[in-house]
Design a binder for this molecule. Structure first.
Ligand SMILES: Nc1ncnc2c1ncn2[C@@H]1O[C@H](COP(=O)(O)OP(=O)(O)OP(=O)(O)O)[C@@H](O)[C@H]1O
Ligand SMILES: [Mg+2]
Length: 324
């Protein structure tokens, strides 16, 4: 019997729906459950063929558990190694290399110095930064948001330089992105599962929370296809099994705004019944596909690695061969 597990925090709809969806199929050799963790010994295998991770960004102990499980062949969704390496700035940087339109963006050093550092720690940073050049590049209004993390926390819309310096001072030790505002006519939040299944949801971020998924946008066929292709390109290159991509449409061009969501919101109460049904089914089917492919005897690594990592490794191997 192959086991599919899910690790989650305060969620009360998606994990339960996911487990029920799989078990309702009564497959002869696959069962789903909430992961049970107790003693975690180095190098010891986990009993799961697949684990869906919804919470290790908040619980570092779980992240370490998942890396060890992956070492022993468990297909962890999403790849815990990549999740430990990603952040919004790098994702934006990569977007510029794979033909995905993104708002002009710079990264800023944290306003306050990191713990345990003093001015003497910053030999390499020229300060003040070239603020005028930065503001000229980004323009106002602008958005400022943390380079890591999510949940709409510490996201600022800034009107001018005075506004910028006063809000920047509030951000303490957070590392922030400063970003061009995309004034959009339509906005979409898109689920992507397994780097191949895309579900595009009209989303109105200017509505109150409970009405954001009741947006009236209907994409043309051409825009739909373009968004689908952007979403696939992003996820295949970054290597997410489960992610959302937010796209803001300006002059017909979809700009990727937020695409670093390895535990995307999937709560029935926020995404609505129809989107919830899609995501439960897509994730359930994908986990089953991964469980079927899992072979406990072959010692394989069953994680997803995006094209960026795969190409990097390939290039490094070629260099090694040439140098031998
Ligand atoms: N460059 C931008 N141009 C226009 N609007 C933006 C821009 N950046 C962010 N926003 C708005 O701010 C919202 C929150 O920003 P973003 O999605 O990047 O942060 P987040 O903390 O990851 O949010 P969440 O996790 O809730 O999706 C977006 O949904 C969008 O409405
Ligand atoms: Mg967002």
């Amino acid at each position: 019997m192959k086991k599919i597990g899910i690790i989650y925090g305060q969620e009360r709809t998606f994990p339960q729906g996911f487990v029920e969806y799989i078990n309702r199929m009564n497959l002869p050799d696959i069962v789903a459950e909430s992961v049970n963790i107790n003693k975690v010994e180095q190098g010891a295998p986990s009993p799961y063929a697949v684990i869906v991770d919804r919470i290790s960004h908040d619980v570092p102990f779980y992240r370490a558990y998942l890396k060890n499980a992956a070492l022993n062949g468990t297909a962890v969704i999403n790849n815990p190694f990549w999740w430990s390496a990603d952040e919004k700035f790098f994702n934006n940087c990569l977007a510029t290399k794979i033909n995905v339109p993104v708002p002009k963006t710079v990264i800023l050093p944290s306003h306050d110095m990191p713990e345990e550092t003093t001015e003497e720690s910053f030999n390499n940073l020229s300060y003040p930064l070239e603020w005028n050049s930065i503001f000229e590049y980004i323009g106002f209004p602008a958005y400022m948001k943390p380079f890591a993390g999510g949940g709409w926390k510490s996201v600022y819309k800034l009107e001018d330089t005075t506004d910028f310096f006063s809000k920047y001072a509030e951000t303490g030790r957070l590392v922030m992105l400063l970003q061009e505002e995309i004034v959009f006519t339509e906005y979409y939040r898109c689920y992507c599962v397994g780097g191949k299944h895309v579900h595009i949801m009209p989303y109105e971020p200017r509505n109150p929370h409970h009405l954001r998924y009741s947006a009236g946008f209907t994409p043309s066929e051409q825009l739909y296809k373009e968004m689908e292709s952007i979403v696939l390109r992003i996820n295949q290159n970054l290597g997410y099994d489960f992610n959302t991509v937010e796209l803001a449409i300006r002059d017909g061009v979809p700009y990727a705004i937020d695409f670093c969501n390895p535990a995307p919101d999937a709560d029935r109460n926020s995404v609505g019944e129809e989107n919830f049904a899609w995501v439960v089914e897509a994730m359930g089917n994908f986990a089953i596909e991964k469980a079927k492919a899992f072979n406990p005897g072959n010692g394989a690594n069953n994680l997803t690695w995006g094209a960026f990592v795969k190409h990097s490794v390939h290039a490094a191997e070629k260099n090694d061969e040439q140098n031998i």
